[in-house]
Ligand binder design. Structure first.
Ligand code: PGA
Length: 250
C-alpha cells in the first residue's frame, strides 16, 4: 500500500511568530507513518527550513518559475527553492490557473522546471462547478494531465504527486463526497495506467478541497486517495495534525 502524504497549502497566510508556534506545536506529535509537507509563501522558506530541519515535516513552495534565471521580475526559480530546502512545489493550483493566467502549457513548463531542479511537483488538476454540471469533468482532467505527459513524458509522473482539487470544493466548505473523489482518482490512475501500469500503481494522488479533521478519514479510506492537499485546515496545528493522524489509520 502507498504511504500517504498530507501536504499543507498555506496560500497567502502566515507570519513569523505564528509559523514558529505552529511547527513547534506539531513537532512532538507527528508520526513517521505519514509523510507530511508544508507549502509556505516564499518569504517564509528560510525561517521554515530552520524550523522543520530535523523533523519529519518536508518543506514546499506554492509556485515556481518555468525559467531558471533571467529578467523575470517577481519570479522565483527552482534553483532558489532548492537552496532553501524545498522538496515539493505546487504547480497548476486552480487559483493560479484562474487568477494568474497559468494555462496548461505554462503549468507543463513549470512541472518540467521543478523536475530539472530536483523538486517534486504537486500537480493540481480539477474542474469548475460549471464543467462538472455539464458532464465535462473527465475531459478537463484529461486535458490538464495530458499537457504534462506530452511535454515531459509519462515517466516523469513517477517523480511527481498528483492532486485532484475540484475548484468548487476549494475553500468553500463543500467537500467532494468520497465516492466523487474516488471516481476521478480512479480515472486519473487509469489514464496513466494505459501508458505505464507499474508507474500508475505507485502514483500518489492527493485529494484537496475543504478537507477537515471531520471528513479526512472517510476520504483517505478510498482506494485511490493517497492523502490530501490541505488549505485552511493546515494553518491550525491541531486540525492539521488530526488530518495527518487520519491518514495513518488507513
Ligand atoms: P482548502 O484548500 O482546503 O482550504 O479548501 C485546498 C487547496 O486549495 O489546496
Amino acid at each position: 500500500m502507498r504511504r500517504k502524504l498530507v501536504a499543507g497549502n498555506w496560500k497567502m497566510h502566515g507570519g513569523l511568530s505564528a509559523n514558529e508556534a505552529l511547527v513547534r506545536s506539531m513537532q512532538a506529535r507527528l508520526t513517521d507513518a505519514v509523510a507530511c509537507a508544508l507549502c509556505v509563501p516564499f518569504p517564509y522558506l528560510a525561517q521554515m527550513s530552520g524550523l522543520v530541519g530535523g523533523t519529519s515535516i518536508a518543506l514546499g513552495a506554492q509556485s515556481i518559475s518555468e525559467h531558471d534565471s533571467g529578467a523575470y521580475t517577481g519570479e522565483v526559480s527552482g534553483g532558489m527553492l532548492k537552496e532553501f530546502g524545498c522538496e515539493y512545489v505546487i504547480v497548476g493550483h486552480s487559483e493560479r490557473r484562474a487568477m494568474f493566467a497559468e494555462g496548461d502549457a505554462r503549468v507543463a513548463a513549470k512541472f518540467a522546471a521543478a523536475l530539472r531542479h530536483g523538486l517534486t511537483p504537486i500537480l493540481c488538476v480539477g474542474e469548475t462547478l460549471a464543467e462538472r454540471e455539464s458532464g465535462e469533468t473527465e475531459t478537463v482532467i484529461a486535458r490538464q494531465i495530458d499537457a504534462v505527459i506530452e511535454n515531459s513524458g509519462v515517466g516523469t509522473l513517477g517523480k511527481a504527486v498528483l492532486a485532484y482539487e475540484p475548484v468548487w470544493a476549494i475553500g468553500t466548505g463543500r467537500t467532494a463526497t468520497p465516492d466523487q473523489a474516488q471516481q476521478v482518482h480512479a480515472f486519473l490512475r487509469g489514464r496513466v495506467a494505459a501508458l505505464d501500469a507499474t508507474l500508475a500503481n505507485g502514483l500518489m494522488i492527493l485529494y484537496g478541497g475543504s478537507v477537515k479533521a471531520s471528513n479526512a478519514a472517510e476520504m483517505f479510506a478510498m482506494a485511490d486517495v493517497d492523502g490530501g492537499l490541505i488549505g485552511g485546515a493546515s494553518l491550525v496545528a491541531d486540525d492539521f495534525l488530526a488530518i495527518c493522524h487520519a491518514a495513518t489509520r488507513q
